[in-house]
Design a protein around this ligand. Structure first.
Ligand SMILES: [Zn+2]
Length: 432
């Protein structure tokens, strides 16, 4: 097993916790002294930096929210002067002001270090050629992955998103060994390659995919691995925390969260008390080393679970399990929470169905109606009965998972619009 930073990655859990304590104590003093936002927040809650003596005191600290970042637009939560920043990214907020994230040189270095550990853990090194097909620009995906890739000394190809034909050609011609993009875009690359008779399965160089920026299911992983012959790994991050940060290891059972850099808590959303190891709750993250925009107990809005035992790969850092979905992606239909990822996990277990689908929500009188447009891999059968059986199966499986009935509409291959980045899965026609 190769490690990027073996001493840290396999550090004894007790020592790791002591390191977290030490860094947390430093952090609370740092934010109190350097950010008017945090000083005000601590003062309002009657908390003094000296009250925090170790990680055991973390629950005394107040939470921070996405709303705080919006309310203090653009840089009200920052702890350094703008002239100390070396880079700024911003979220692609469709409504209102974006969230602005700043980085010092150390922040950029730690971000690259975090991904360098992850990329190494999935077996990549300086001999690899990484194609970064995440968007470059204000979005953190492209540049984040780029710096991580360069950090391990890999050859980095910044294709960014889009231009599918060129993506495929470069992949083949340059002997790319790993590709990074959204799982939905990679599904599209597989499809286009197959259509052109150059199936990715025949590409002997390509062996790893690192997919993120949207929640995806275990069943889509199986589908991707089967159809492309690569190993598909999940990556987690969000712009507020830096960008893409944590990947799975070869076990493919959760993404290692580097505990020397971040504290993760999983809390019961009703009581905000910690849940038991492995139980699902709200993900709350504290950044331990960030200088420009440190976040204390930041409530990202994701539901997740964490496993803390030592991983068979030897790493002692906690594993964030596959996310059920982001609260931003959740839709409420007839009072029931629906995550597009749940629909995907059902559909990907059905071989006749392609990875592309669309959820359409309409209001019919007082009631919400949910239709799922399901694209088939092949619609050449002339037996109506086949289609009816398929509709009945999809409808039954979805009802079991969602506890909600949906109308199923089968559509021809290629009907659902393909996305080069984060896939659009929902059209909500309701007017609130
Ligand atoms: Zn592991």
């Amino acid at each position: 097993m190769a490690y990027w930073n073996q001493e840290i990655e396999t550090m004894d859990p007790a020592r790791l916790r002591a390191l977290q304590s030490e860094r947390l104590v430093k952090l609370v003093h740092y934010v109190y002294e350097n950010s008017p936002f945090y000083k005000k927040l601590f003062d309002e809650k009657g908390i003094k930096p000296d009250d925090i003596k170790s990680i055991d005191d973390i629950q005394k600290l107040p939470f921070t929210f996405k709303k705080d970042l919006r309310d203090t637009y653009p840089t009200g939560m920052f702890c350094v002067k703008n002239t100390d920043l070396v880079r700024i990214h911003a979220s692609s907020g469709t409504t209102g002001k974006p969230i602005v994230v700043g980085y010092t040189q150390n922040d950029i270095d730690n971000w690259a270090e975090s991904l360098a550990r992850g990329f190494t853990s999935v077996g990549l090194d300086q001999d690899d050629i990484l194609q970064v097909s995440y968007g470059y620009g204000l979005f953190t995906g492209g540049l984040g992955a780029h710096y991580g890739s360069e950090r391990i000394g890999a050859t980095t190809i910044p294709t960014s998103s889009g231009n599918t034909e060129r993506q495929l050609s470069l992949m083949e011609d340059l002997g790319v060994t790993a590709v990074l993009c959204t799982p939905s875009y990679f599904s599209y690359l597989i499809e286009v390659a197959e259509k052109e008779g150059r199936s990715l399965k025949n590409n002997k160089s390509l062996r790893v995919g690192i997919f993120g920026a949207e929640p995806w299911s275990e069943s889509l992983r199986h589908r991707i691995e089967e159809r492309s012959g690569i190993k598909a790994y999940d990556v987690f991050g969000t712009s507020e925390l830096s960008g893409p940060l944590f990947t799975e290891c070869p076990e493919q059972k959760g993404m290692h969260v580097w505990a020397d850099m971040f504290i993760v808590e999983i809390l019961n959303p009703d009581t905000m008390e910690p849940v038991k190891d492995g139980e699902t709750g709200e993900l709350v993250v504290t950044t331990l080393l960030k200088e420009a925009l440190p976040l204390i107990r930041y409530r990202i809005g994701d539901l997740a679970s964490v496993e803390t035992g030592v991983c068979p790969c030897g790493r002692t850092h906690p594993r964030l399990m596959r996310l059920k979905g982001r609260s931003d992606d959740m839709i409420i239909v007839r009072g029931i929470n629906v995550f597009p990822g749940q629909v995907e996990s059902v559909l990907m277990k059905i071989p006749e169905v392609s990875p592309h689908f669309m959820i359409i929500i309409e209001r019919n009188g007082e009631l919400d109606d949910m239709t799922v447009q399901v694209e088939l891999n092949d619609m050449s059968s002339d037996k109506v009965d086949d289609y009816n059986k398929l509709i009945a199966r999809i409808s039954h499986d979805l009802r079991t998972v969602l506890t909600l009935s949906a109308s199923i509409e089968l559509v021809n291959p290629g009907t659902i619009p393909r996305s080069e980045g984060k896939a659009k899965r929902v059209i909500d026609k309701r007017k609130f």
